[in-house]
Every structure is written in structure tokens, then in C-alpha cells.
Design a protein around this ligand. Structure first.
Ligand code: G4P
Length: 285
């Protein structure tokens, strides 16, 4: 049962991350919220809007190469309908990163104009990237910064240790991304974060995660299991049957005839996380 899925987490970590984020946000004019296209809802932090207040926000829907394309389009429309600037990106391959930059510059324009009206002509706008762990924040920064890396400078007067890098004319980026911990109270969110690799395995029950994932795939996309592992399963099967069938197909049988469940669970989670089973969106609209 998904309701049994719990993340062992220390609230102190979340409070600390939030405080850091609040400090960082004060330094910037525009925020890029990076979401995982496989879990657009679960990777959203409901507190972010409160933290950034009226500052403009652009959504980067990353890892679209791993998500179901039709679902991604639906999510794009949902964000657009809510009036949010959003861009599909695949930071690993560099797709959409230029378009994202253009959107950020567009979102920052009103801030620049405000400064211009005050007579400040050479002030750059500043931005930062925020998102859950492993969503691709550093990959995006590296893509954007690229050859500009040498321009990194440590500015006195701003919070000590903050590095700013120029990513385009008139636009600087805080080179430390903001990590956001979503609320794990909802077991569905915890499950989505666990199976996509946003949280480390030592804070959740791996067996339960693998069973829930098998169950989810049986109900939603059994063909991915069948094609991926050469089995013949469907919505009528249980997760135990699925994991056993996969193990047997691999020949992972232990002395006494029992299948090697642990090895199978680890493989399923790894294959899913790495996109080996195909494109999947867990948060479906
Ligand atoms: P973070 O700063 O938000 O914590 O994430 P980071 O950039 O470190 O990215 C986490 C992992 O996600 C990396 O893989 C990275 O390559 C991968 N990644 C980032 N963007 C994309 C994307 O659009 N598509 C896909 N498929 N993967 C993406 P890793 O396994 O940790 O390292 P490596 O494979 O790059 O060696």
C-alpha cells in the first residue's frame, strides 16, 4: 500500500534548507524553478511561491527525455494556463537551454527597466536556480556558464562566499543552486521522489519502493515491464508475481529454488531511475 511509504527525514534539514533559500532569494531578481518532467507535481515545492514573493519565476521542465511526451505536453499547457513561463529542457543533451535563457531574460526585463528609469544603466539582473536534489540544477548551470566560467568572481559586499557568473549580457547567475525539500507528508510524493532518485536509498524502505513501483507499472504501463524484461505481465498480476517472473527470467534463483528478490528489486529501481525501461511520467494529469 502506498500509504505505508514513509521517508525517514529530519525536519531540521528542511528548516535549514529553507532558511538558506530565503537568504539567497533576497539576492536575486528572478528565479528558475527546475522540475522533473517525470514528476512535475511531486517535484514542486508548495512553499516556493511564498519564499520568492512577487519575484518573477520561470519553470524549467527538465529531463523531458525520460518523460512521456504526451504527458509533458499536457503539463506544459497546465503551466501556461496558470500564466507561468515554462520551457521543456533536456540539460544532459543541452536541448532547450537557450530557449530557457531567453525566457529568463524576458522575465527579468521589467526589473532592468525599473533600474533604467532610476538612471541605473549598467546593473545586471541576477537569477538563481532552485529545485529538488538531482533534478539537474548543476548540469544547467554548467551548460549556461560554459566558457563564461572564467568570469566567476567573488563580490565583496554581497553574502560572503556567493559566486556570481555572467551567463548572458546583463544577466548573472548565482552559481550555487538552491535545494528545495518538498513536503514528504504525502506518501505519493515520497514514492515519486524515491523512485526517480531525488532521495537517497538509506532514508526509505527499498523493498517497499520496488514493490510499489512494480505495482504502479503493472497498473499503468505493463508493456514497459514486458518489453524491458521479456515477461508477460498485466494489471491482473501482483507485485510479487511480477518480481518473481523477472527474477526467473534472469535466472536469479537461489539455493532452495527461491528467487533473488533483493537483486531484482535493486535492478528494477535502477532501470527505472536511469530510464532503461522507457519514457515514463509518474505524475499524470
Ligand atoms: P542537481 O544539481 O540538481 O543535484 O542535479 P545534477 O545536475 O547533479 O544532475 C543529476 C543527474 O541528472 C546527473 O546524472 C545528470 O547528468 C542528470 N541529468 C541532468 N539533466 C538531465 C536531463 O535533462 N536528462 C537526463 N536524462 N539526465 C539529466 P548522474 O547520473 O548523477 O551523473 P552523470 O550521469 O551525469 O554522470
Amino acid at each position: 500500500m502506498i500509504d505505508d511509504f514513509k521517508i525517514q527525514w529530519f525536519p531540521g534539514h528542511m528548516t535549514k534548507a529553507r532558511r538558506m533559500m530565503e537568504e539567497q532569494v533576497k539576492l536575486v531578481d528572478v528565479v528558475v524553478e527546475m522540475l522533473d518532467a517525470r514528476i512535475p507535481q511531486s517535484s514542486t515545492n508548495p512553499l516556493l511561491n511564498q519564499i520568492i514573493g512577487s519575484k518573477p519565476k520561470v519553470i524549467a521542465l527538465n529531463k523531458v527525455d525520460m518523460a512521456d511526451s504526451a504527458q509533458t505536453e499536457i503539463w506544459m499547457e497546465t503551466f501556461k494556463a496558470a500564466g507561468l513561463p515554462v520551457v521543456k529542457v533536456d540539460c544532459a543533451k543541452g536541448r532547450g537551454v537557450k530557449e530557457l535563457l531567453a525566457k529568463v531574460q524576458e522575465a527579468a526585463k521589467p526589473v532592468l527597466e525599473k533600474w533604467f528609469k532610476k538612471g541605473v544603466r549598467n546593473r545586471s539582473t541576477r537569477g538563481m536556480i532552485v529545485g529538488i536534489p538531482n533534478v539537474g540544477k548543476s548540469t544547467l548551470i554548467n551548460r549556461w556558464v560554459g566558457k563564461n566560467k572564467v568570469n566567476a568572481e567573488n563580490r565583496p559586499g554581497v553574502t560572503r562566499g556567493q559566486q556570481w557568473v555572467t551567463i548572458a549580457k546583463g544577466l548573472e547567475l548565482l552559481d550555487t543552486p538552491g535545494v528545495l525539500w518538498p513536503k514528504f507528508d504525502d506518501p505519493k510524493v515520497g514514492f515519486a521522489l524515491a523512485v526517480t532518485g531525488a532521495i537517497k536509498e538509506d532514508v526509505f524502505d527499498r523493498t517497499l519502493a520496488a514493490e510499489l513501483l512494480a505495482e504502479w507499472l503493472l497498473q499503468n504501463s505493463p508493456e514497459l515491464l514486458n518489453n524491458g524484461y521479456g515477461v508477460d505481465l498485466g494489471a491482473g498480476n501482483t507485485h510479487t508475481e511480477a518480481l518473481e517472473a523477472i527474477a526467473r527470467k534472469r535466472g536469479w534463483i537461489r539455493v532452495g529454488g527461491l528467487v533473488d528478490r533483493e537483486r531484482t528489486e535493486m535492478m528494477l529501481l535502477r532501470d527505472f531511475r536511469n530510464g532503461n525501461l522507457g519514457r515514463i511520467t509518474i505524475d499524470r494529469k
